[in-house]
Design a binder for this molecule. Structure first.
Ligand code: GAR
Length: 204
């Protein structure tokens, strides 16, 4: 049996955070983890293409095809349990999961959020929106957070954070890019590497 933690990555969009994880796996940073499956809730997600190029199994599961949230979560659960997953990473997965789902995988799901929680987070804060809100509020520092997922949106235990400066003339798009480059793509792979090491160490 492989002595690596088995990781599922859930995505909805471009997949740059997924790419950072794939690169970290190839470089050896995530030495005790292996991404074995990528699940997207959107057919058009470029993240799926990135996974395929890396030779990782992919599944597209849409709420529409499953007849709603319950069917959607049942299908995602079936896939995850079929792969014997140790850690689920939400990497730009822009949909809320039910209390039942997150409780079933207690302390097995982590998420990357593009702000310094507890600022600019919770219901409705996803993608570009936290950056728009940060600029509207006039904060001078923002950043990203990796946290465990529980039934409160963006409310689970914080694992890692990194601050990023807001600069004069920033638009939501320039700020989003800087937060990704200087925070998200760094702290997510490090957090995954650390959790995978812990999972493997606890097996012994
Ligand atoms: C990232 O900025 C991620 O932090 C954010 O969506 C973007 C996805 O980009 N996630 C959330 O807002 C979750 N609430 P990616 O598909 O290129 O990784």
């Amino acid at each position: 049996m492989s002595n690596k933690a088995r990781v599922a990555v859930l995505v909805s969009g471009g997949g740059t955070n997924l790419q950072a994880l794939i690169d970290a796996q190839h470089s050896g940073l995530i030495e005790k983890g292996e991404i074995v499956v990528v699940i997207s809730n959107r057919e058009s997600a470029y993240a799926i293409e990135r996974a395929r190029k890396a030779g990782i199994d992919t599944h597209v599961v849409t709420r529409k095809a499953c007849g709603g949230q319950e069917g959607f979560e049942a299908k995602v659960k079936e896939i995850i349990d079929g792969y014997n997953i140790d850690l689920i990473v939400l990497a730009g997965f822009l949909t809320i999961l039910s209390k039942d789902f997150v409780t079933y995988y207690d302390h097995k799901i982590i998420n990357i959020h593009p702000s310094l929680i507890p600022s600019f987070c919770g219901d409705g804060f996803y993608g570009i929106i936290p950056h728009e809100a940060a600029l509207a509020r006039g904060v001078k520092v923002t950043g990203a957070t990796v946290h465990y997922v529980n039934e409160v949106a963006d409310g689970g235990e914080i694992i890692a954070q990194k601050a990023v400066n807001v600069e004069d003339g920033d638009t939501p798009e320039t700020l989003q890019r800087r937060v990704m480059e200087q925070a998200e793509w760094l702290i997510l792979p490090v957090a995954v590497a650390k959790i995978c090491r812990k999972i493997v160490a606890e097996r012994r």
